[in-house]
Design a protein around this ligand. Structure first.
Ligand SMILES: CC(C)(COP(=O)(O)OP(=O)(O)OC[C@H]1O[C@@H](n2cnc3c(N)ncnc32)[C@H](O)[C@@H]1OP(=O)(O)O)[C@@H](O)C(=O)NCCC(=O)NCCS
Length: 180
């Protein structure tokens, strides 16, 4: 994956040596369950997930530059939507002690710019579980447009009432114009 550098973060490939940092936040009950996966029970589980990230090559490690530490992840995943079309879905998590500093909003903006300007992705979808107001705010602050309420099927936590959003290239360009 291309390394993306923002004011305070480096979005980069995962390495096996990141397992300690991943486990530090993946074990927390505040992280995985809000994104549809169960907390990691041991560091070996984090190592398996890192191997999967490396294999699938669609998820960046979010490194906080000032601490040289991985504090989250962000990915662009190819999925099939409810109507059977291929879509690019954005997903992200951040270590709880680092919340509230605008880090994930900063990471999402960088990934959106890269997706539209370099990968030529036509449309990005993003979802959050109803009640996850922190993620909802990230999505709103990054300019996504609300589509609908729906039931999202998660691997670990069954079906969860959720909201879906999208951003397409034209909307991104308008957003960029307003921010300049
Ligand atoms: C959702 C998440 C990525 C937000 O990351 P973040 O870096 O804290 O995002 P921001 O700092 O931009 O904060 C977003 C909003 O969350 C709220 N928030 C963040 N941390 C908070 C805290 N500790 N207490 C209260 N509100 C908080 C704020 O309202 C903020 O919006 P504002 O800027 O309008 O005030 C992070 O909370 C997380 O990973 N949560 C668990 C996993 C998850 O929910 N992933 C997303 C699945 S869809």
């Amino acid at each position: 994956m291309k390394t993306l550098v923002t004011k305070r973060l480096i979005l980069r490939d995962w390495h096996l040596k990141d397992a300690f940092d991943l486990f530090e936040y993946a074990k927390l009950p505040t992280v995985g369950p809000n994104a549809g996966w169960n907390p990691h029970l041991c560091i070996e589980e984090s190592q398996v997930i890192i191997k999967r990230f490396i294999e699938q090559n669609d998820t960046w490690a979010v490194e906080l530059t000032s601490e040289a530490k991985v504090i989250g992840s962000i990915g662009l995943h190819k999925r099939t939507d409810l109507t059977g079309n291929f879509v690019t879905e954005l997903g992200y998590v951040l270590s709880t002690p680092y919340e509230g500093n605008g880090y994930m909003t900063e990471a999402v903006k960088a990934v959106i710019a890269y997706a539209f300007e370099e990968l030529n992705v036509p449309l990005i979808k993003v979802y959050h579980f109803i009640g996850n107001t922190k993620s909802e705010r990230v999505i709103q602050k990054c300019g996504f447009i609300f589509d609908q309420r729906l039931i999202y099927k998660t691997v670990a936590n069954g079906e969860k009432p959720s909201k879906s959003y999208h951003l397409d290239f034209q909307e991104y360009i308008k957003l960029k114009g307003r921010e300049q």
